[in-house]
Design a protein around this ligand. Structure first.
Ligand code: BES
Ligand code: MN
Ligand code: MN
Length: 461
């Protein structure tokens, strides 16, 4: 096969590749908000059209109980291997809107210190429309240059940012259709543009909501204050008690299933370049904080967490109102590592939280979505192929890393479809995913389009 035409084809289509992505970024496909239902459908339709134009067959919008999955395939020879590409077309809400320097769904290109060639500023530019669309353009490039060496299937979903609850049943119903050899996903990060890396694992997630009720109604905080439990005070105390002075989580049995790495594994992981001063400078903090006995990379990669994502109750409006509230609420997430299980952890969290509540309040705990942690075998054909592809494209061998985020469906790909996933991400942690001013480097976008065909090359050789 003649791969020499890949780069020239990409170079001569750069502007169109960019403009097509910008068009996709203009549709506010926020899965968390019902008001964007038609935008979600519009985005699925746009992804379908682009896959057809790129040369895919049997392109369809598959209905689920939630937002649809866009499926497409190119079967060149059933005897050849099949790469199954996964990505998501939904994005996180753009709030708080006032912190964006330009409107989140009107993409603009601006240069930054880290992205001197320019970056696309828009919600979803990195997570995940920009990274997902690299696969569509890499596929087009392989089709047009006659270099597609195997079969490919696309599965682009619309509910990743809300937990992928309907994708699980859909993949179970479509096992035959999704048959393949490897799942390829670009929805994670590399260390830096001159330091490629490939995740060897992702954390899981257990997301909980708690409600603490004190008196049966809001009270005058002077008339009753001091004699009745304040549910906000109590909730804060309960949350604070979930960590000890070493920032170790205090929930009984919480760490029972956590894999403990030995010193030589940890020494291997510590080889990944990391600069604590840069980390602190980027976040404008004087000191990092985390579980005693672990490095920053270990704290985000191989250790579980418990964090409050939101807390509310009482009066938060303008000025002051003296009130002793009836209720307090919090959303609490736990990032999980192998071999913790989200259902098990949700259960022990609920039991623990109920057990530490004083009699003066009632506690209700409910579980939101969850997802299981994953490990990718780094000696597998898929991982090694991804590593070789990046080495060829970047001129540097990628470092194995552990991603701190979660992609809930990945564990189910293994369990239900029997396939490993390759976490072939090209974004940067500093690209502000989920935050105001999310962006994606033009260098990263084009580098991804150039690197993906090399994965196909090595995976089939
Ligand atoms: N693409 C991210 C996950 C990610 C980002 C992994 C960077 C590694 C590095 C994904 O879209 C995401 O945000 N996942 C959510 C899952 C949740 C909504 C169920 C997460 O991690 O919070
Ligand atoms: Mn994502
Ligand atoms: Mn995300």
């Amino acid at each position: 096969m003649d791969y020499s035409q890949l780069k020239p084809y990409i170079n001569s289509n750069k502007e169109r590749f960019l403009n097509e992505l910008l068009d996709l970024l203009k549709i506010p496909s926020i899965s968390a908000k019902l008001e964007h239902k038609t935008d979600m459908e519009k985005t699925a339709e746009a992804v379908k059209q682009r896959l057809i134009e790129a040369g895919a067959d049997n392109v369809e919008i598959c209905q689920t109980k939630g937002y649809p999955v866009v499926y497409a395939e190119k079967i060149i020879d059933p005897a050849k291997p099949t790469v199954v590409v996964y990505g998501h077309y939904d994005v996180q809400p753009a709030d708080p809107l006032n912190l964006w320097d330009s409107p989140p769904f009107e993409p603009v290109i601006k240069k930054t210190e880290i992205h001197p060639e320019g970056a696309i500023f828009a919600r979803g530019s990195c997570d995940d429309k920009g990274q997902m669309y690299m696969h569509v353009k890499a596929f087009e490039t392989m089709m047009k240059t006659n270099t597609l060496p195997c079969n490919v299937k696309f599965m682009i979903e619309g509910e990743e940012e809300v937990g992928s609850a309907n994708l699980g049943p859909w993949i179970i119903e479509n096992k035959e259709k999704l048959k393949g050899d490897i799942i390829l996903i670009s929805d994670t990060s590399i260390i830096a543009n001159d330091t490629p890396s490939i995740d060897a694992g992702l954390r899981g997630l257990a997301y909980m909501e708690v409600e603490v009720t004190g008196p049966n109604r809001d009270l005058h905080s002077g008339v009753y204050g001091g004699a009745v439990a304040n549910p906000i005070n109590i909730l804060c105390k309960m949350i604070a008690s979930c960590h000890d002075e070493n920032n170790h989580i205090t929930i009984p049995a919480f760490y029972d299933d956590v894999i403990n790495y030995n010193d030589s594994d940890r020494a291997e992981m510590a080889k990944a370049p990391f600069d604590l001063n840069d980390f602190k400078k980027d976040l404008d903090i004087l000191e990092e904080r985390g579980e005693k006995g672990y490095t920053t990379n270990e704290r985000t990669g191989i250790r579980p967490t418990l964090d409050v994502n939101g807390i509310w109750g009482g009066y938060t409006g303008e000025g002051a109102k003296t009130v002793l509230p009836s209720k307090a609420f919090a959303k609490i997430s736990m990032r999980l590592v192998p071999n913790q299980n989200s259902h098990n952890i949700s259960e022990i969290f609920a039991k623990h939280f109920e057990s530490i509540a004083p009699k003066s309040v009632k506690v209700k705990v409910t579980a939101h979505h969850g997802g299981e942690p994953v490990l990718v075998p780094i000696n597998s054909k898929g991982y090694v192929s991804a590593s070789k592809a990046m080495e060829e494209a970047y001129g540097k061998k990628p470092v194995p890393t552990f991603g701190g985020g979660s992609i809930p469906i990945v564990a189910l790909f293994k369990k239900e479809l029997g396939m490993d996933s390759i976490l072939f991400g090209f974004g940067l942690d500093s690209d502000a995913l989920h935050s105001p001013n999310e962006h994606y480097g033009l260098f990263n976008y084009y580098k991804g389009i150039e690197t993906i065909p090399l994965f196909y090359k090595y995976f089939t050789s």
